[in-house]
Design a protein around this ligand. Structure first.
Ligand SMILES: [Zn+2]
Length: 245
């Protein structure tokens, strides 16, 4: 067991080393949306021992959330999501500072919310909010890990501003908003786990970050496709950002 580290990290220290654990211990991560995806991502990042987690969500727990949103129980119905989530995450790892924001992400609050983040997780279900987040992360040069799910399908994109395509490069036109999408619980479980894994890899420096590609997961046949994506030099969001700046 590595000296100076709690026993709770003993099974990951052989993989990420003391250095990696130290990097996690200094990281601030902001998760926008603590539903199906955000619940999974926050659970693993807090368990892994990051320093500071900001969670942002304007919703309250509804019964229809419970087939996939693992931080919430039946007796949480009606309660403010970020408050329930903060309490549960704190019980998982009391060493992590959890900062809940009970608000909807908007152009007015996004900069303040993501400020000083090591990286940001897009666990949203609304495209308009995702594009607000993408723009702010590109402007502040904060890496963004996008995840999205529907039914048994999911996608993941790691965005490193100035180096890889941003969300607007990949989706020049905003896809139509769909509310109350059909979803099976394991789908956000898988994509959320992938987002958490990419976040831990990015911070600790292990493995290969899946940047510059879209990962498409199809739960009907367990197929995972990796599709290369390119920066659009005319992208209104990231087109002006130099690769090396
Ligand atoms: Zn772009």
């Amino acid at each position: 067991m590595a000296e100076g580290f709690p026993e709770r990290y003993s099974r990951q220290l052989p993989i990420i080393g003391k250095e990696g654990q130290d990097k996690l211990r200094k990281a601030t991560i902001t998760i926008i949306g603590v539903g199906g995806l955000g619940g999974i991502v926050s659970y693993y990042l807090v368990s892994a021992g990051i320093k500071h987690l900001k969670i942002v969500d304007g919703d309250r727990v509804e019964e229809s959330n419970l087939n996939r949103q693992i931080l919430y129980s039946t007796d949480d119905i009606g309660k403010v999501k970020v408050e329930v989530a903060a309490e549960k995450l704190k019980r998982i790892n009391p060493d992590v500072v959890i900062e809940p924001y009970h608000t909807l992400l908007s152009e007015d609050n996004v900069e303040e919310i993501i400020d000083k983040s090591t990286l940001v997780i897009d666990a949203l279900d609304k495209w308009s909010s995702r594009f607000i987040l993408n723009k702010a992360c590109v402007e502040k040069k904060i890496p963004l890990i996008h995840g999205g799910v529907e039914g048994l399908l999911g996608q993941l994109i790691v965005i490193i501003p100035g180096k890889t395509p941003c969300l607007k490069c990949v989706l020049p036109k905003k896809p139509p908003e769909k509310r109350g999408l059909p979803i099976l619980g394991p789908t956000p479980g898988i994509i959320g786990s992938m987002q958490a894994l990419e976040a831990i890899k990015f911070i600790t420096g292990i493995g290969k970050i899946q940047a510059g590609i879209v990962i498409l997961f199809n739960g009907y046949n367990n197929e995972i496709r990796k599709i290369p994506i390119r920066r659009n030099s005319k992208c209104p969001i990231c087109g002006g950002i130099n690769k090396h700046s």
